[in-house]
Design a protein around this ligand. Sequence first.
Ligand code: FES
Length: 117
Amino acid sequence: MNKKKQTVVKIVRGVADEEPYEEEFEVPYESGASILDALTWIRSHKDSSVAFRYSCVNANACKECMIVVDGKVTYACTARLNENGVTVGPLKNKRLIRDLVTDIVPPKERLFSIDQT
Ligand code: FES
């Protein structure tokens, strides 16, 4: 029987103001698969609580999937998985929301709350 190749995705997880931790997930490896493919697989098959953001799914149009992959800022939908495993984490220069989700809204585009007291 032909055993499918596996690789490891290590995710730096956590929430703002708490010490981050790393969690490893073994995922199926296919040549050409993206980091986003691996993250969606992890969320579907291993841990539905892993937080990451994406919208356009591999079209590289929404720019919402930006994360750090092996120390480099890149898009999860265009970065490729590799056989030796990868480490992914949140953007370091943005406010962390949870796991790989950071506050990427430019300050000028933020809505301000209206105090209705
Ligand atoms: S998912 Fe839209 S740019 Fe990556």
